[in-house]
Design a protein. Structure first.
Lengths: 260, 393
């Protein structure tokens, strides 16, 4: 069974000519078939965790380990991580002028699967997946993310998730900026992948709204660069009612303690 | 990537569209057109038409010090039956009819060549195979002149392929009879040290169609000046270009479409990719709609894709309209970067860095390459693009 293990992960970023530590010791294990929600206020480091796992060059790992089925993820290049089975659905997918969605998807599937998908079954697979995500077939001929609406970008991310079938899927605020209809369509896509039982999902979100559609097995509260509380789905209800204030206070206390 | 501009008829944008009584396209040249090199002062580099060009790398083509070496250039023409291929002397009346040199190097070429090539496709001759002109430099200095003339209703594809090493100044005249259709592919696939400067004049007959692809990969310095004018109404010009500018290369394309005749069309689309320190691409797109050219329909576009730091693009579209009685006129220029975020996105989908670059650059050029319609040239360009990318990693 595929397992992503994050142990005592420390990450810094360079900003304004200073090195700032964003992640301060993250411990988390995600197994195939499980869904973990990571919730936390803005600036708590949730997205940094997502991008660090995917290998974005902006972030420097200063301590800790990340393994996927025992293999050292931190030694892999960005593309090697993807081929090993890590997938990051991005919060702000970038435009790639000149590259059509269909060309991009096929190139990506070829890279991840290790061989070019057979053309006939591939065309059918893409078409059916797009239909389920309520995407116009004309979408395939557009350039990657160019002129896409917010909802289209997120559908396109989930389309890739469904086609690439990763072992571990990290969804970075996939719900942000979506209206209720789009949120439902996108959530259904994620659930189709989850129902296979073959993917471990790390759902990063600021809001509890998406958890009505995607039921997590575990909820983790993220604050000041680490997980400060973990629980079951009921923890999300508590956050829904009480917000993050209790944890924000906790953060201030800790900072106060450190400087005293 | 900056947004394209599409300017409706009659509107103006400071510095880019001039609605003028007198042409600034003509007046900003430092001397009037002439076949005689002596009519042009030696450029010092601050003139409008020379300000982007590193004169010291012209190897003397601009100041009279580059002396022809006699055996520096080999030209082979392969033509299907029915085509007349000739080599003629300087006094042949068919030379220089499509346009007059507009700068000193073009005039130098015209003043210095000893023999000229003339390729004639007789009227109503429709070719099914391309005419191929192989120009191979063997390290010398050369001046040349080539004429390609199509009679009325003739149809032809001409591929002019430049390879090897040379210091070359050469002009080309394309003359299209009424209703003729000419497609020209000029490939500049020079070795790294080559210098190539030339003026390409097309004179488009009534209801004739001229389609040109200028493809520049090689050379230390390539500076081409494709120009179009119309000899009758109903003429159409499509000017396409691709360039891939590497570290240290200077590739300059200066276009002029002179809408001097009513009811003609032009469409210009040039795309360039740049990579490496000191890669410099210059694109000047002058479109002039003269007062008498009612019913003109024109659009010009230049796009650049900068792949690495240290490369520089100067892109200057210039549309000058002397009559408001036109169908349409527009221009667009944009320079975008292939940046780290795009690379990250593609790599995060399992695509290795080299392949990610290839995907982006092939995609960028694809729409133009596919329009060439000469299979072996299309294939060679794609291979060449891949080679250029391999070299960069």
């Amino acid at each position: 069974m595929a397992t992503l293990e994050i142990h005592d992960l420390h990450v810094t970023v360079e900003a304004d000519n200073a090195t700032k530590e964003i992640l301060k010791g993250v411990d988390l294990t995600v197994k195939q078939g499980e869904t973990h929600a990571i919730m936390g206020p803005n600036g708590s480091g949730k997205s940094t965790l997502a991008y660090s796992l995917a290998g974005h060059p902006k972030y420097t790992i200063t301590g800790g380990t990340v393994t996927l089925d025992g293999e050292n993820v931190l030694e892999m290049s960005v593309d090697e991580r993807a081929r090993a089975g890590l997938f990051l659905a991005m919060q702000y997918p970038v435009e790639i002028p000149g590259v059509s969605v269909s060309n991009f998807l096929r190139t990506s599937a070829t890279a991840v699967r290790g061989e070019a998908p057979k053309l006939r079954t591939w065309v059918k697979e893409v078409k059916e997946t797009m239909e389920r995500l309520s995407m116009d077939p004309a979408f395939a001929e557009r350039n990657v993310n160019e002129g896409f609406s917010g909802g289209e970008k997120k559908r396109h991310e989930i389309l890739q998730l469904e086609l690439l079938k990763p072992k571990i899927a990290i969804l970075d605020e996939t719900d942000s900026g979506l209206d209720v209809d789009a949120l439902r369509v996108v959530s259904e896509g994620v659930n189709r992948v989850r129902e296979t039982g073959e993917v471990g999902t790390l759902l990063i979100t600021h809001y509890t709204r998406i958890l009505r559609y995607i039921k997590p097995d575990f909820v983790h509260v993220f604050s000041a660069g680490r997980i400060v509380e973990s629980g079951g789905a009921e923890l999300a209800d508590k956050l829904e009612n009480e917000g993050y204030e209790a944890y924000a206070k906790h953060e201030v206390d800790m900072k106060g303690g450190a400087s005293a | 990537m900056a947004e394209a501009q599409n300017i409706p008829v009659g509107s103006t944008t400071a510095g880019q569209i001039a609605v003028a009584a007198e042409s600034t396209v003509a007046t900003r040249m430092s001397a009037p057109p002439s076949f005689d090199v002596a009519d042009f002062p030696v450029p010092h580099g601050r003139e409008e038409e020379w300000r982007f060009t590193p004169l010291e790398r012209l190897r003397g083509l601009h100041d009279g010090t580059a002396v022809a070496t006699g055996d520096g250039l080999k030209v082979d023409v392969e033509a299907p039956a029915g085509v007349v291929v000739e080599t003629v002397g300087r006094d042949d009346a068919r030379l220089g009819r499509a346009g007059t040199p507009v700068d000193r190097v073009a005039a130098q070429a015209y003043s210095a060549f000893e023999k000229a090539g003339v390729i004639t496709v007789p009227k109503e001759t429709v070719l099914t195979e391309p005419i191929r002109v192989a120009v191979h430099g063997e390290g010398g200095v050369a001046y040349g002149h080539q004429v390609v003339e199509l009679g009325a209703f003739a149809e032809a594809v001409v591929v002019i392929d430049h390879t090897g090493d040379a210091v070359l100044a050469a002009n080309v005249d394309y003359i299209l009879g009424d209703g003729a259709k000419l497609t020209v592919v000029s490939v500049q696939d020079w070795d790294d040290k080559a210098v190539h400067v030339g003026q390409h004049n097309a004179l488009i007959g009534r209801d004739a169609t001229f389609k040109s692809f200028v493809v520049t990969f090689g050379g230390d310095l390539v500076r081409l000046h494709p120009r179009v004018a119309y000899a009758g109404t109903g003429g159409e010009a499509e000017l396409f270009g691709l360039y891939f500018t590497d570290a240290g290369q200077h590739q300059e394309h200066r276009l002029l479409v002179d809408h001097n005749t009513p009811h003609c069309k032009s469409n210009v689309a040039y795309k360039g990719a740049l990579q490496g320190d000191g890669a410099h691409a210059v694109w000047i797109g002058d479109v002039l709609i003269e007062a008498k050219a009612e019913g003109t329909d024109t659009y010009e576009m230049n796009r650049n894709l900068v792949l690495t730091d240290g490369a520089r693009v100067d892109s200057v579209p210039n549309l000058e309209i002397e009559t408001g009685e036109i169908v349409g006129a527009g221009h667009a220029s944009a320079t975008g970067r292939f940046d780290d975020e795009q690379l990250f996105y593609l790599m995060a989908r399992g695509i290795p860095a080299g392949e990610a670059r290839r995907l982006v650059v092939r995609g960028f050029f694809a729409e133009l390459v596919q329009q060439i319609g000469v299979d072996d040239i299309e294939e060679r360009l794609l291979v060449k693009i891949d080679e250029e990318l391999e070299a960069s990693v």
